[in-house]
Design a binder for this molecule. Structure first.
Ligand SMILES: Cc1cc2nc3c(=O)[nH]c(=O)nc-3n(C[C@H](O)[C@H](O)[C@H](O)COP(=O)(O)O)c2cc1C
Ligand SMILES: [Fe+2]
Ligand SMILES: [Fe+2]
Length: 413
């Protein structure tokens, strides 16, 4: 994909990245990720976001400029809305071939440009309310949206087109397939994007949901005709849809979650797994989605996606060296880190002699504002009575969760 027009004088010059690397060194991206970068041309030329030298992205970006007949030395401004290296890794090299380009970022961003790339010359700082006139009616307006998800984050609004370049806000995992625009997505690809967006949000943004809502509030008076994030779809047909989706996601951090259950389980020798099946059997009597993930076999990235939206959460694992089965401890720490609060929760697991998993569960869940059922702990292989209790635990959580109304409505695009 090369240089795709968004509006007169405004183009996408990003890249699809396919890689076995983990995003941020943690999160698998089997479907890749798009690094969206843009050009805005008036009398002056600005590039909004760069890319990282990753899976050929820097070369694709350069080809995009070439397709528009923009030579690096013609670039007057590099707008860096957010300094995370997935968008800025190419800064040092690009500035060396685009020596006339002024880097435009926030004051906090300026310190990161120095910290990451050692660049201090020709850096211009902007703040909320500032604008940059590129000529021919192209004017960029800047608004800081701190902590979505880095402290220096800003968005850039281009006045003549009404395009909001929103940085990571409204972003997504996943490469573009055929078209970068929401209004050109075939029906069959829409579930792919929902999945990629939700997992991106749960992994990258969830900790900052209150900042997301503040940012949306701050931008509520702006006449936005198109939303162009730094990853994922460009929302040309229905920018309101992605805003609604992000509001829904942000509310998953509060008490507004879906009537679904996610079960996370781990087992060394099958005893906890035996109880897992009893719990699923009980919960299945209610007609609600149940997502089941085994640790460590399944990556936490996918588990977070399902836990985040589910009002019900059931955790099952054995005791390991007087504490919780370590891969479960890791996942639970992430649930805490990502503020996955306000859930109906069950806990179960087998132990041999002392127990100890529950102590770790209690320690981590203390801050979670979870409504926790009586834990189901059993020695070795579960007895018939314990199996019955397991089925009851599954039923009890499912019953509570089923009463919650679904939040997914009216977001078609
Ligand atoms: C490496 C290892 C460490 C364990 N540490 C403890 C422990 O500290 N306290 C305890 O009560 N049981 C401990 N156990 C026993 C298990 O919790 C017990 O076998 C349990 O039934 C395993 O459940 P599972 O079949 O679901 O893996 C340990 C087992 C293993 C293999
Ligand atoms: Fe980022
Ligand atoms: Fe990013």
């Amino acid at each position: 994909m090369q240089a795709i027009k968004l509006a007169d004088g405004i183009h996408w010059v990003g890249a699809n990245v396919h890689t076995e690397d983990l995003f941020e060194g943690i999160w698998p991206i089997p479907e890749g990720v798009a690094l969206n970068a843009y050009t805005v041309q008036g009398d002056k030329t600005a590039v909004i976001e760069l890319v990282r030298e990753w899976g050929g992205a820097a070369m694709t970006f350069m080809k995009g400029l070439k397709a528009l007949n923009i030579e690096p030395e013609d670039v007057d401004y590099i707008i860096l809305n957010h300094l995370e290296p997935d968008h800025t890794g190419f800064t040092y090299m690009f500035r060396s071939i685009a020596p006339n380009a002024t880097i435009v970022t926030t004051e906090k961003g300026e310190a990161l440009v120095d910290g990451f790339y050692g660049i201090t010359e020709n850096v211009q700082t902007v703040a909320t309310g500032d604008s940059l006139d590129l000529g021919q009616g192209k004017v960029l307006h800047f608004t800081e949206i701190p902590n979505v998800h880095w402290p220096e984050t800003q968005v850039t609004y281009e006045q003549s087109s009404g395009i909001l370049f929103s940085s990571d806000a409204f972003g997504s995992y996943g490469i573009h397939k055929g078209s970068i625009f929401d209004d050109e997505q075939p029906e069959a690809i829409k579930p792919y994007w929902e999945d990629q967006m939700l997992r991106y949000y749960a992994n990258i943004v969830a900790t900052f949901s209150s900042n997301v809502l503040s940012a949306i509030d701050k931008l509520s008076g702006v006449d936005i005709k198109m939303i162009a994030p730094s990853h994922g779809l460009i929302w040309r047909g229905s920018p309101g849809t992605v805003v609604k989706k992000y509001v829904r996601y942000a509310n998953y951090s509060k008490e507004l979650q879906e009537p679904e259950i996610t079960i996370i389980w781990g087992s060394m020798y099958g005893n906890t797994e035996t109880m897992l099946n009893a719990i699923i059997k009980g919960a299945s009597e209610y007609d609600i989605p149940i997502h089941v993930h085994q640790v460590p076999n399944e990556d936490a990235s996918f588990i977070l996606r399902d836990v985040f939206k589910s009002a019900g959460l059931i955790i099952g694992c054995p005791t390991y060296e007087y504490g919780m089965f370590p891969p479960m401890k890791y996942v639970m720490e992430l649930l805490n880190e990502k503020l996955m609060r306000f859930k109906k929760v069950g806990f179960f697991g087998s132990y041999g002699w002392s127990g100890g998993a529950k102590r770790d569960f209690d320690k981590i869940s203390e801050r979670m504002k979870w409504d926790i059922e009586e834990p189901l702990l059993f020695k070795g292989y579960p007895s018939n009575e314990e199996i019955t209790k397991g089925e009851e635990l599954g039923r009890s959580i499912a019953q509570k969760v089923k009463e919650i109304p679904s939040k997914i409505e009216g977001e078609d695009y």
